[in-house]
Design a protein around this ligand. Structure first.
Ligand SMILES: Nc1ncnc2c1ncn2[C@@H]1O[C@H](COP(=O)(O)OP(=O)(O)OP(=O)(O)O)[C@@H](O)[C@H]1O
Ligand SMILES: [Mg+2]
Length: 192
């Protein structure tokens, strides 16, 4: 049973690695970005609201995101653990998640941070833009997402570091190479 977070700047490979961790550890991977994108595609009220923020690279308001995560974490497939990708991204979201977990008498085992420098990330995301055409993958919006990561999400990382559950992994390199590092880091962190 593992309950963990994967945190990293846009383009650091969170989604790719989350899928692999999910397979290996047998826990469900939950990506807030993917849930929002599915809602945008389905033109649900949540999607229509979220799109206003996502296209500009802004965070969807905490009130909206927090409720969505609470609902998702109440589903039965989460009983055997979970891997949250893309949440929490603000310190207010950290407090909200703390509250959800406290109510359930659960705690996080590991918080994994994937690191990569901004120039590498911009290069990767511009490459992805050509392939997938995500509406938030153009240079100005990418830079804004990176700025928000530095301004807000690094404070989230710092909180988990203070709690002693943070483990950092270099996200630069081949996908398999990074997966090997990630799985080793999780094992090492869980053994503590
Ligand atoms: N926890 C969150 N709080 C607020 N907004 C969020 C949150 N998670 C996702 N979003 C919204 O969804 C968008 C896409 O999120 P997603 O995690 O897919 O992308 P990313 O981290 O920018 O890049 P990548 O997919 O490359 O990891 C964000 O820019 C934001 O608008
Ligand atoms: Mg992603």
């Amino acid at each position: 049973m593992t309950r963990m977070l994967i945190i990293g700047p846009p383009g650091s490979g969170k989604g790719t690695q989350a899928e692999r961790i999910s397979e290996r550890l047998g826990v469900v991977a939950i990506s807030t970005g993917d849930i929002f994108r599915a809602n945008v595609k389905g033109e649900t009220p949540l999607g229509i609201e979220a799109k206003k923020y996502m296209d500009n690279g802004d965070f969807v308001p905490d009130s909206v995101t927090n409720k969505m995560v609470r609902d998702r974490l109440s589903e039965s497939d989460v009983e055997n653990g979970f891997l949250l990708d893309g949440y929490p991204r603000t310190t207010a979201q950290v407090e909200y998640l703390d509250q959800i977990l406290a109510e359930r008498e659960e705690k996080l085992d590991v918080v994994l941070q994937l690191t990569a420098d901004d120039e590498e990330l911009v290069k990767r995301l511009l490459g992805r833009a050509k392939e997938t055409g995500r509406s938030d993958d153009n240079e100005a919006v990418i830079r804004h997402r990176l700025d928000l990561y530095h301004e807000q999400t690094e404070a989230v990382v710092a909180k988990y570091a203070e709690r002693g559950i943070l483990t950092q992994v270099d996200g630069i390199g081949g996908i398999d190479e990074v997966t090997d590092r990630v799985l080793l880091a999780i094992e090492a962190a869980k053994a503590v």
